[in-house]
Design a protein around this ligand. Structure first.
Ligand SMILES: Nc1nc2c(c(=O)[nH]1)N[C@H]1C(S)=C(S)[C@@H](COP(=O)(O)O)O[C@H]1N2
Ligand SMILES: [Mo]
Length: 237
């Protein structure tokens, strides 16, 4: 983001990019693999495995974008590298399927058991990526390696890290919210401050987001340090 441009409503700038998430996921990292282990499901079809070579056939893109967490922190100018989600959809997903059973949403499952879902239309925007590099380095465990979603126009909780299954679907069957059903906004667009489904945005900013923030940041840093001492996989320093 151009430093002249104000941050989106209710956000504050952090000077570093923390590892973050719902805190029950901070410790669920034993199952995060170092190399890509990704499946694709379309409608009620069987899951197929996608290897790195298949992804590497897509054009590689680089993108500089900002990242906004619903808990009110933002970081600017992250340099992502990877594949445009729309290219992935058009060149890999659509080439596997004969008919469209009314697909309108996508459920992302992650190897730490986290899940996120987005509307297919939102995912086809120019700036949505499957990223495997950030700031010039291979995406390590810390920020969602081996592969994560990056959807800058949506709050960070939609940008699923450590992707393991991408399910194109016509319902939310198979999705189990990692947070509370009454909280989660289905689109979570930053520009409209869609922080939660109910309650006004000040509630999420001042009652939930800001007071909880230092605790969660502290907890994630602690878990990351511990994992590092025990011999960390690539990317956690
Ligand atoms: N697999 C997984 N993806 C996740 C989360 C998580 O806990 N696990 N947390 C989400 C939230 S709330 C945010 S803000 C971002 C944080 O990304 P970062 O750890 O790279 O800062 O990841 C999102 N994707
Ligand atoms: Mo977040």
């Amino acid at each position: 983001m151009d430093k002249q441009t104000p941050l989106p409503p209710g956000q504050r700038l952090l000077d570093h990019f923390p590892r973050f998430g719902l805190w029950q996921y901070a410790t669920r990292l034993h199952s995060v693999p170092n190399s890509l282990n990704l499946s694709l499901r379309y409608g009620s079809g069987e899951a197929i495995t996608l290897d790195e070579k298949r992804l590497a056939d897509l054009p590689r893109i680089e993108q500089t974008s900002d990242f906004h967490c619903v808990a009110t922190w933002s970081v600017c100018d992250l340099e992502w590298s990877g594949y445009r989600f729309r290219d992935f959809y058009e060149q890999i997903v659509l080439s596997q399927v004969a008919e469209d059973p009314g697909i309108d949403r996508v459920i992302f499952s992650c190897s730490d058991t986290y899940q996120a879902h987005m509307l297919l239309d939102d995912l086809l925007a120019d700036d949505v990526m499957l990223a495997d590099r950030v700031n010039g380095e291979v995406l390590g465990f810390e920020h969602g390696g081996p592969l994560r979603l990056v959807a800058p126009a949506h709050y960070g909780f939609k940008s699923a890290k450590h992707l393991s299954t991408i399910h194109f679907n016509n319902s939310l069957q198979g999705y189990r919210t990692p947070a509370l059903h009454w909280h989660e906004h289905p689109r979570a667009r930053v520009a409209y401050e869609e922080r939660g489904r109910f309650f006004p945005s000040w509630f999420w900013r001042y009652i939930i987001g800001r007071p909880g923030l230092p605790t969660v940041l502290f907890w994630f840093r602690r878990v990351a340090l511990k994992r590092n001492q025990n011999g960390s996989p690539r990317g956690l320093t």
